[in-house]
Design a protein around this ligand. Structure first.
Ligand code: PNS
Length: 162
């Protein structure tokens, strides 16, 4: 088993690709949405979990949320592998820092990185939110359920006026 943690605000096709590829390596995945009270999110934790559940629909995938340290959550769940996707070099610094901090905190937990597929390396939740807000077409970057919700939130994405 592995935990695939993240903000998932919202789920993108890049995340979905990591989940699908992760399932080829692990028997099951816990996709864990981080609850961060200091970060203003576009979608609630419940909405983010719902997007993942609807888009994945695989019995090997459990969708959960956690608050506090990831390593505490992993230990509580008895899962000792953390799965993360790596996009461009720009991801590396922070991911390297996090993986090492997590190892310092809990040496028994290993972080495994998967290189994001070439079709997805430019996609991030943050850019999807921004592009959608200003009416750019993000249809090919997110699952259909997320796109429908973004359309309902941002009139410019529907082709209308704000
Ligand atoms: O999708 P993101 O925003 O890149 O995910 C980052 C996440 C949620 C994995 C990271 O911020 C995290 O693990 N948060 C939980 C708090 C924690 O354990 N912080 C110390 C990490 S070194």
């Amino acid at each position: 088993m592995a935990i695939y943690p993240g903000s998932f605000d919202p789920l993108t096709n890049g995340h979905l690709s990591i989940i699908q590829r992760g399932l080829q390596m692990f028997d099951g995945l816990v996709v864990a949405v981080a609850v961060n009270p200091n970060k203003t999110a576009l979608f609630s934790v419940a909405e983010r979990k719902q997007f993942i559940r609807e888009a994945v629909m695989d019995p090997r995938v459990e969708v959960d949320d956690f608050e506090g340290l990831l390593v505490h959550y992993a230990k509580k769940r008895n899962v000792f592998v953390i799965l993360r996707g790596l996009r461009a070099v720009s991801d590396f610094d922070f991911e390297f820092q996090m993986a090492n901090m997590n190892r310092q905190l809990a040496p028994e937990i290993e972080t495994v990185f998967m290189m994001t597929g070439e079709d997805y390396f430019y996609i991030s939740s943050q850019l999807v939110r921004e592009v959608a807000r200003f009416g750019g077409n993000v249809k090919s970057m997110v699952p259909a359920n997320v796109f429908a919700k973004l359309q309902s939130l941002f009139p410019k994405l529907r082709g209308g006026k704000e």
